[in-house]
Design a protein around this ligand. Structure first.
Ligand SMILES: C[S@@+](CC[C@H](N)C(=O)[O-])C[C@H]1O[C@@H](n2cnc3c(N)ncnc32)[C@H](O)[C@@H]1O
Length: 158
């Protein structure tokens, strides 16, 4: 049986507040989204309950995960975030994940790429079990995403 989601927490340096005039339009413009997609996102946001925290993930991740009860598995997901990181920030995030993963089981799902390259975007799963980390590339797809002509699934078939 698939375990349920008990809580959702989002961290962003500058979360968008859709109640502030202009921010919704900014979101749509930045991501080149049409109105139907923005409406769908807003609907999803209304239905899903989550806590949004403003701040630097490198500083906030460990204290936030420390608050997650031990019988819950934290799943950390980020997409196109580390593309904005310096090499040092990437290493710091990695170190924070390794420290957390040394203390408790953890799953990390990433969809990232180098913005300056035309390499495919990769979806990776890293799991920590008993302090041991394993990495698996689950899928690759064409970059830029809006072209989206191909996607290759590399993970388990079921
Ligand atoms: C290119 S956007 C990607 C947004 C979204 N994850 C997506 O895939 O469409 C990068 C996001 O990462 C956030 N970000 C960058 N550095 C961060 C940091 N150190 N801590 C938290 N958020 C950060 C930015 O504020 C921005 O919202």
């Amino acid at each position: 049986m698939t375990p349920g989601v008990t809580r959702r927490i989002g961290i962003d340096l500058a979360p968008i507040d859709l109640a502030v005039p202009g921010q919704r339009q900014w979101l749509a413009a930045f991501n080149d989204l049409d109105d139907a997609i923005v409406e769908a996102v807003l609907l999803l946001k209304q239905k899903a309950s989550f806590r949004l925290v403003a701040g630097d993930v490198i500083e906030m991740l460990e204290p936030l995960i420390a608050d997650v009860p031990r019988d819950e598995l934290p799943v950390i997901m980020h997409s196109f975030m580390t593309v904005q990181f310096t090499t040092e920030a990437r290493a710091a995030l990695d170190a924070a994940l390794n420290r957390i993963g040394a203390k408790r089981d953890l799953a990390v799902i990433t969809l990232e790429n180098e913005l300056t390259s035309n390499k495919p975007v990769e979806l990776w799963l890293r799991t920590y079990r008993g302090g041991h980390a394993t990495n698996q590339c689950l899928a690759r797809c064409q970059y830029p995403l809006d072209v989206g002509e191909w996607l290759e699934w590399l993970g388990p078939a079921d």
